[in-house]
Design a protein around this ligand. Sequence first.
Ligand SMILES: Nc1nc2c(ncn2[C@@H]2O[C@H](COP(=O)(O)OP(=O)(O)OP(=O)(O)O)[C@@H](O)[C@H]2O)c(=O)[nH]1
Ligand SMILES: [Mg+2]
Length: 426
Amino acid sequence: MKDTTPQPKRVLVTGVSKRQDNFDYTMIELGELAKANNLNVVGEVRQNVDQANHATYFGKGKVQEIKEQAIADDVDIILINDELSPSQIRNLEKELGISILDRTQLILEIFANRAQTKEAQLQVAIAEAKYQLPRLHPSDNKLDQQNGGGGGTNRGTGETQLELDRRLIDKRITKLKGELAKIDQQQATQRQQRDKNPVPVVALVGYTNAGKSTTMNRILQRLSPDTPEKQVFEKNMLFATLDTSVREITLPNQQKFLLSDTVGFVSKLPHHLVQAFKATLAEAAGADLLIHVVDYSDPNYLNMMQTTQETLESLGIKDIPMIEAYNKADLKPDTRYPEIDGTQLVFSARDEVSIDALIDLIDKQLFGQYPIIDFLIPYTEGQAVTYLSDHVNILEQSYEEDGTHIKAQINPDLLGPVQKYTMTTD
Ligand SMILES: Nc1nc2c(ncn2[C@@H]2O[C@H](COP(=O)(O)OP(=O)(O)OP(=O)(O)O)[C@@H](O)[C@H]2O)c(=O)[nH]1
Ligand SMILES: [Mg+2]
């Protein structure tokens, strides 16, 4: 019987180096992104020049070389390591006679395939529409047809069709943004409510597949083992997480914080996507502490760290205290873990001792600066004792003649209800 399962499309990974230091790495990553979207990488062509060609991205000779290799390897799609201009895509497709997929389109497709929640779907749809808008071409007669191909022969009627298509996409963007704004508003309200209750927020950030979700799950397992439903999705694939999940964590010393998992980054993350995910990343923007999770076992981890830093900065996320958490140490030969050096931690999310070390570090970073205060609470005011045991780190507790004596490390913002029981030490 004939096998009817569709074969994955065959792609040629191509790019112009532009003398970038991390070019090699971005090409390897492009291949990984292709595989993540079920494409079959059959070869690679590079051009080592300072600048991409304005009209066709590659120079004339290179275009010919790509064409020959594509025919020889029976290639369906030419994948390009940059976001191309609309005319570059058109010209190149015309010369090659093969479909072009640029890096941005590929990342958008992966995001679109992964998006589970309404919010993520809207964010991706907005980014896609914005990408499409300047790329509409008079010869395209369907909105969802990408890179129409062929020349624009039908100028007269095409022009009006183009205007119409643009208006339709504009309208679509406005509508999607409206829907997204409603969801964002709900979340902003939730955040505001939380802000009234001054529990610090810790956000896990970093490159895709670094182990952010795994780290979150292991911390939850250590500290809330009875609530497996709090676990988030973790998987060995690029962009497993597209939504922000927030969980409340209570430390053994009763201090509480909110831990948030966020979308992962990748090099050359499309601008429209970064903008579209801004609201999702608001959790990180408002955090008191960031945990930058790094896949330390990846030879390119330094590039990945730099990309993460740059992406955070492009989102205006800076000047937030950060723990650098070098993960997957179990996969890196001759590496001792857990090892702490200031705010840097070499660890493995799969190792309990490591997770305890990370929890300790978070505790110190968040609460280490809090003052230690003595309270004397009359026996008639039991609710004040309950308040303290629920909210603060009690260091000592004793029962004296005139009430309960409690020595505690406390967030000054939480002092209000128990202020009157503080003991002056003079
Ligand atoms: N060996 C090993 N594997 C790990 C470790 N931490 C995470 N992983 C694996 O790495 C893969 C990616 O982990 P995730 O936690 O989903 O990564 P993420 O950073 O949330 O990725 P995105 O959601 O795609 O941004 C999974 O297969 C994990 O099991 C570790 O310390 N050691
Ligand atoms: Mg994740």
